[in-house]
Design a protein around this ligand. Structure first.
Ligand SMILES: Cc1cc2nc3c(=O)[nH]c(=O)nc-3n(C[C@H](O)[C@H](O)[C@H](O)COP(=O)(O)O)c2cc1C
Length: 324
């Protein structure tokens, strides 16, 4: 089974993925957090940096585009082709209010006719094969039938499904029946994404869908960066987690302001990483820190001294791993 690291805007950018890949083997592909083409059709300095593959082979990176404009998509795909990428991923899932109100991300699922016109153009003109990451609808699971039928009419390189609606954001349980429907009918390789927080949940999905090409792991990997290693029969080690955290913070501190940039980034990361440790009040204190100097010793307290839970405790956020 191929394992893909989910794109997570604000967290799994270039620094995170390069440090992760250096410490934790087993991810076949890192999907880049969405990139939005500029109207001027020029990459921003941040996009240039993000698309620099660094030590990773480009084949292990999957750039993702967020747009509703076929011209912008095709321009971006051409740039990716020039840079040596071999596939472009279309975001049909972003649930954020500002994105959806502009008709992008999951907002593209609102109007099937407009989506068809968009897909007609990009599949005709894209210089690169296109894969899609989608939700199953905006408001209700019942929207998925027509969406799936529409997608099945195009030669997708692959389809990754997060079986929730836009309304559900990342909460509640996933709709495995909707995914099962896709597994029965889709003529292209499928990737399952959603609430794979433990090796057991990954194995359950593998058993339930034997024809599956890949799984995409998101929050489970942020909470336990060794999840992929454990899915492949290895184990988690405190020393590796410490070294990973040290390398990631070192890399961020070398480039960014400790309090204005590194601290907020690490608070986002620790929202998930804290689930790996018993809730002893440290994370509550970490959230209140105003400086990196206050924050860092609390990370060390958990990483060095606190017991590690066998599995990250997602129930604290009202989530549970998939159980088909
Ligand atoms: C903070 C955050 C940022 C995300 N950014 C993106 C993104 O840039 N592109 C995308 O397709 N999905 C994005 N997602 C969705 C994840 O890729 C994934 O679909 C979602 O977390 C469900 O998978 P999981 O249950 O394994 O976490 C984001 C999710 C979170 C929580």
């Amino acid at each position: 089974m191929r394992c893909c690291f989910a794109p997570m805007e604000g967290i799994t950018g270039k620094r995170y993925r390069e440090v992760h890949a250096a410490f934790y083997p087993g991810i076949d592909r890192y999907c880049l957090p969405f990139l939005t083409p500029t109207e001027a059709h020029r990459l921003t300095p941040q996009q240039v940096r993000e698309l620099d593959p660094g030590p990773l082979d480009r084949a292990r990176l999957l750039p993702q585009v967020l747009t509703k404009s076929a011209d912008d998509f095709v321009w971006f795909a051409s740039v990716l082709a020039e840079l040596g990428y071999s596939e472009v991923n279309l975001n049909l899932g972003c649930p954020s209010g500002t994105v959806v109100s502009k008709g992008k991300g999951a907002g593209l699922l609102r109007d099937p006719d407009a989506l068809r016109r968009f897909l007609d153009e990009i599949f005709l003109r894209s210089p690169l094969p296109i894969s899609v990451k989608t939700r199953i609808g905006l408001e209700s699971e019942s929207e998925f039938g027509p969406i799936l039928a529409l997608l099945c009419a195009y030669p997708l390189r692959a389809l990754c499904i997060h079986p929730r609606t836009r309304r559900e954001l990342y909460t509640g349980s996933v709709h495995l029946h909707a995914f099962a429907r896709a597994a029965e009918t889709a003529p292209f390789p499928l990737c399952y994404n959603g609430n794979l927080f433990t090796p057991a949940s990954v194995h359950r999905i593998e058993e339930a869908f034997p024809g599956l090409q890949s799984v995409m792991l998101g929050r489970g990997m942020l909470a336990d960066p060794a999840l992929v290693v454990r899915c492949r029969g290895g184990s988690r080690s405190r020393e590796t987690l410490l070294a990973f955290h040290e390398a990631l913070s070192g890399r961020c501190l070398a480039d960014l302001h400790p309090n204005q940039a590194v601290l907020p980034k690490f608070k986002e990361l620790w929202l998930w990483l804290s689930l790996l440790f018993p809730d002893d009040g440290t994370w509550k204190r970490m959230k209140k820190c105003r400086t990196w100097t206050e924050f860092y010793p609390l990370t060390q307290r958990l990483l060095r001294d606190a017991p590690m839970l066998p599995e990250a405790d997602f129930s604290r956020l009202g989530q549970s791993p998939v159980q088909p």
